[in-house]
Design a protein around this ligand. Structure first.
Ligand code: BDR
Ligand code: CA
Length: 361
């Protein structure tokens, strides 16, 4: 047995888990503010063997940092992946006057769902430093996906300006490019919650040799919608499977809250799959069509703070820093999502990944 494997095995035994580190899997770090759709995104990622989730970093956004961290731990445990490290990060945004999204996600962040208290402790190293460590040790290979305000990523790129050249791909759920916003007429929640951080991130990525920001904004996420008939279809598909019952009650209870809120706010009982689409694109960029352009963020508008401004016509004369998603294969994405839930119910997540030694990040 190689020393590396011996170490992995020892650590995993301590965590009472079976080591699983596929050599072919792509290293993935997810930054979340777990909320309902972040939870669905985490479940999606956990169902995919082609991703080796090195860790999940958490940030204030939909709910407080503490609630986001707890929810993340609980959802990973539900997926049978309780050993994945969780790295708490920023408890406050860089910008002032942010408010949470508990109106949409509920006081706990998971709607009507109640999950068991997670057992695993969270890591003590700050999310930004953990992201940097992961990017350095998987230089040129790491996929980084943020489904939350960009505070942790901004802190990471301020501490390690090479980050855009260390990652293979950087996908965010964020922005409203040719669509109205969802918090204000011009701003999408993740950007609006911390526009200063978003501006730092957009200005740091792209350019010469740097990964661009692959921006999955409302323009495409609003095309990936599920409703209660889809939840019912998933439920009948996973009924009787080893983890079908637990997963069913989570999907049902979490999404019901979202349907209720949407009915109140826009009059339709729909669930927009913002964060699951971003994760799906992180694993398979062919799901969306993108246009390369320069993007910047309004941080001091009287009406437009948090707006993502895209220079489609090259009027700024700046290098492109983003690939903005403009179209999505929504049918294929929906099928992938349903298949992922079916896989999880079969126990896809159960070949639990060991808690990797920090040296292996
Ligand atoms: C984004 O805002 C949050 O409420 C969701 O989790 C998603 O990341 C959508 O605008
Ligand atoms: Ca989110």
């Amino acid at each position: 047995m190689s020393p590396h494997l011996a170490e992995t095995t020892r650590v995993s035994c301590a965590a009472r888990e079976i080591a699983f580190v596929s050599e072919l899997a792509e290293p993935l770090v997810i930054d979340v503010d777990t909320g309902i759709d972040d939870a669905f995104a985490l479940l999606y990622a956990c169902a995919h063997d082609e991703a080796q989730i090195l860790g999940v970093s958490t940030v204030v956004g939909n709910v407080s940092l503490a609630a986001a961290t707890r929810n993340t731990r609980a959802v990973l445990a539900l997926a049978g992946r309780g050993g994945i490290p969780v790295w708490p990060g920023a408890a406050t945004a860089m910008s002032i006057a942010a408010k949470d999204a508990s109106e949409i996600h509920g006081q706990t962040g998971l709607g009507h769902a109640v999950l068991p208290e997670p057992e695993e402790p969270s890591d003590t190293l700050h999310a930004a430093d953990s992201i940097i460590a992961a990017a350095r040790s998987h230089s040129g290979r790491l996929i980084l996906c943020a489904t939350a305000p960009l505070t942790n990523i901004a802190l990471a790129v301020m501490r390690e300006p090479e980050l855009p050249r260390l990652v293979k791909r950087f996908v965010i759920m964020g922005g409203a490019f040719s669509e109205p916003g969802n918090v204000t007429p011009s701003a999408e929640f993740n950007i609006w919650h911390d526009p200063e951080a978003a501006r730092i991130v957009f200005r740091a990525f792209g350019g010469v040799g740097g990964a661009p920001v692959i921006a999955i904004g409302l323009d495409v996420t609003r095309k990936t919608i599920i409703d209660e008939s889809d939840i019912a279809a998933i439920e009948s598909r996973i009924a009787g499977k080893p983890k079908g019952a637990k997963l069913t009650s989570f999907l049902e209870d979490a999404s019901r809250f979202y349907f209720e809120r949407m009915e109140k706010t826009i009059g339709k009982r729909i669930f927009t799959m913002h964060d699951p689409l971003a994760i799906a694109v992180a694993l398979d960029p062919t799901l969306v069509e993108t246009r390369r352009a320069a993007v910047d963020v309004e941080t001091a508008g009287r009406l437009t703070t948090g707006a993502t401004i895209v220079d489609w016509r090259g009027q700024w004369g700046r290098l492109a820093n983003a690939e903005v998603a403009v179209a999505v294969d929504a049918d294929r994405f929906r099928r992938l999502f349903f298949d992922a839930m079916a896989g999880l119910a079969e126990g896809a997540g159960d070949r639990t990944q060991s808690r990797l030694p920090r040296s292996d990040l």
